[in-house]
Write a protein that binds this ligand. Structure first.
Ligand code: MOS
Length: 696
């Protein structure tokens, strides 16, 4: 009976660390306080481009309790890094306003802060360029885009097909720079001793931090230990080590004492990455039956002068819809701006805003229902590679969503439903996210008392990773979750991939299952005879993942939104949001729902609020706290629901799972913008949907 073989995967197990968290016993990076602790407060550049000529440290050093002021003249040397963001305090160059140029270390946080503020910095400033424009002369074609995807793709003759198409959409969309704001800002406690470096770090991946820091300080990885037991969100901003963790380690080395460094919320807007702004032109050509003949999706983005970072904005367009002619491109320009980084569904989220808005425009141009239009353009196989989909249930999501949302009676006429002074409209958009998997290692151990311990350097950034790995391990060991302890969040455990790319559960789960299987096999071989010292087995999924069959693996979903727009003020409220997802087997309905509606809430936030504004004069983002950078609050989220369709996919991993962390945000903003058009007749192609754009 397959149901008893896996009784815990699929159940709503409570978070295994829930009690620890609600009673305050769970400790986050900043809460670790080794003896002899000192506090570090970083200093940021106040010019957007140029050089630090000198830092006058005299006044700062007279402040009681100040231990050191570190800047490029006296900073410990680091090995060269591929990512120049990590070469903290290694040169006089300033590549963007807000870049770290010094750090004050003191006995107390207050003294360090006062010292940091008292520094007098002499700059040689240079003119800066921080404006992304579609006609920027510096735009170039990068070698590759993120996740290793080809920069461009071309199939058939999209230009000729566009020319010949009876129905055409040609529109340019833009998305602003957006900044990640996890509840817990980045923080590190760094301690050096005879064995090397220990870091309590708020990170999505302890193994990657270990490898990177070991290389920077020219040490074997074994001499670096990174502990991240609990992490209060990351959304990509803690995906890879950035300047703050390096600065903490460097400061601790310089003062030969443990150092605590938290990134204040305001500093996060410069040093911990952000979503690149995009300008995207989408052209769709179709027959009058709505069948696509051509899709062209061209994206423009920015990165900093010191690190090329190019989001895969148009890659979802390579797999979404059937069309014989297609072109997707990415161009980027290096500006004197902070370095962009990952932000939940980097690429897919902005890219699908453009594509799914354009699909809505096409539906209207063809006079076809937008759900039906998408169903009509469903491909049989991956449209670019020809590979079969491991599973693809977009149509099921659209149909199920339409049924639950009450789509059938929808009158497509825009601007036709006025209730009091509020215009009401509904919109739909598709969603997708790749089902990645990355090699990881794990160990499983049994004690003579029948208790199990599973170890893997996975990270729980609030998603429920610890809980779902406990369920997966319990099933693989044919035992119950209360007999299994899963240890994660420590680079001393078997190395694992990061909590990113929505691949945590699939990657770590595979390693956990294989380690548990190896343990049971070993027990079997011993005829069930368990040594008094217990028994342990391990697994490494590198070969298994390297040898997996060729399939196009993606999760899909459908987002439905109902909005109300005040005709006098232009204020938009999202009255209802429904997401229907097809993401393989759902390991834990409780934590999964939380992931989905969390992503959808970020999508709502993207649609209506989030926008980092560039101050051209200073060359920096202007809004840098939660008073000025608006994120959706509870009152903005009214009726939100996420459900899923059954999906049995044997081509993924032993659990049959696809990632669920990021798909919730994808398509949400388009569904809302499409609903705003349906409500008002106004097409907002530039996010966010501010009231001034609607009143214009
Ligand atoms: Mo996610 S943006 O890959 O952490």
């Amino acid at each position: 009976m397959t149901t008893t073989a896996r009784p815990y995967v699929g159940t709503a197990l409570d978070r295994v660390e829930g009690m620890e968290k609600v009673t305050g016993r769970a400790r986050y990076a900043y809460e670790h306080s080794p003896d002899e602790l000192a506090y570090a407060v970083p200093v940021q550049a106040s010019i957007a481009r140029g050089e630090v000529r000198a830092v006058d440290v005299q006044a700062a050093l007279t402040i009681p309790g100040v231990i050191a002021i570190i800047w490029h003249r006296n900073a410990p040397r680091l090995a060269p890094a591929d990512n120049a963001e990590l070469s903290v305090l290694q040169s006089a160059r300033v590549a963007y306003r807000g870049q770290y140029i010094a750090v004050a270390v003191a006995e107390t946080l207050e003294a360090a802060g006062e010292a940091a503020r008292s520094l007098s910095v002499d700059y040689a400033g240079e003119p800066h360029d921080t404006e992304l424009r579609a006609d920027h002369p510096g735009l170039y074609r990068p070698e590759k885009v993120n996740a290793g995807y080809p920069t461009d793709s071309e199939h058939g003759d999209p230009d000729a097909a566009m020319e010949a198409a009876p129905i055409r959409v040609d529109a340019t969309y833009s998305t602003p720079a957006e900044h990640n704001n996890p509840m817990e800002p980045h923080a590190t406690v760094a301690r050096w001793d005879a064995d090397g470096l220990t870091l309590y770090d708020s990170t999505q991946g302890a193994s990657a931090v270990r490898a990177t820091l070991a290389a920077l300080f020219t040490m074997p990885p074994a001499n670096v230990r990174v502990i991240a037991s609990h992490v209060g969100g990351g959304f990509g901003s803690k995906g890879l080590p950035l300047a703050p963790v390096v600065l903490a380690a460097l400061a601790a080395k310089h003062v030969t004492r443990p150092v605590k460094l938290a990134v204040p919320r305001q500093q996060m807007f410069a040093v911990t990455g952000y979503r690149t702004p995009t300008i995207q032109r989408v052209r769709l050509g179709a027959g009058s039956d709505g069948r696509l003949t051509a899709i062209v999706h061209e994206a423009i983005e920015q990165c900093s002068t010191i690190r090329e970072f190019v989001e895969q904005t148009t890659t979802p367009t390579r797999i979404m819809y059937a069309a014989p002619n297609r072109r997707t491109t990415h161009r980027v320009v290096k500006l004197d701006v902070p370095t962009p980084s990952w932000m939940r569904a980097p690429g897919e989220a902005p890219g699908m805003f453009a594509l799914e808005s354009a699909m809505d425009e096409l539906a209207i141009a063809c006079g076809i229902d937008p759900v039906e239009l998408r169903v009509r353009n469903e491909p049989d196989a991956d449209p670019e590679t020809g590979e079969p989909f491991s599973s693809r249930n977009l149509v099921a999501c659209l149909r199920e969503g339409a049924r639950r949302f009450g789509w059938a009676d929808r009158d497509p006429t825009p601007g036709a439903r006025l209730v009091g002074r509020t215009l009401i409209g509904t919109g739909v958009a598709a969603s997708t996210y790749p089902a990645y998997r990355s090699p990881s290692q794990a160990s499983a151990r049994v004690e003579p008392d029948g208790r199990y311990t599973v170890k893997i350097a996975a990270t729980d950034i609030g998603t429920g990773a610890r809980t779902v790995l406990t369920q997966i391990a319990a099933d693989a060991l044919r035992t119950s979750p209360d007999r299994v302890t899963v240890e994660i969040g420590d680079s001393a455990l078997p190395p694992a991939t990061l909590a990113g790319g929505s691949m945590g559960t699939a990657s770590w789960g595979t390693a956990v299952v294989r380690a548990c299987e190896a343990l049971l096999e070993e027990l079997d071989r011993r005829g069930g005879d368990l040594p008094s010292a217990g028994l342990e087995a391990g697994a490494d999924t590198k070969e298994e993942i390297g040898a997996q069959e060729r399939f196009s693996r993606h999760a899909f979903g459908a987002q439905f939104a109902e909005v109300g727009v005040d005709v006098d003020t232009g204020e938009t409220r999202v009255l209802r949001l429904l997401g229907v997802f097809a993401a393989g087997r759902i390991v834990n309905p409780k934590t999964a729902r939380s992931q989905f509606i969390g992503g959808m809430t970020m999508g709502l936030s993207t649609a209506l609020f989030e926008e980092s504004l560039m101050d051209r004069q200073f060359g920096d983002y202007l809004n840098r706290d939660l008073a000025q950078y608006h994120v959706a609050a509870c009152a903005d989220v009214r009726d939100i629901e996420a459900v899923w369709v059954e999906e049995d996919d044997p081509h993924l991993n032993p659990m049959g799972t696809k990632g669920i962390g990021e798909i919730g945000i994808v398509g949400t903003a388009a569904a809302i913008a499409n609903a705003v058009h349906h409500a008002t007749g106004i097409r907002i192609r530039d996010l966010p949907i501010r009231l001034d754009k609607l009143l214009r």
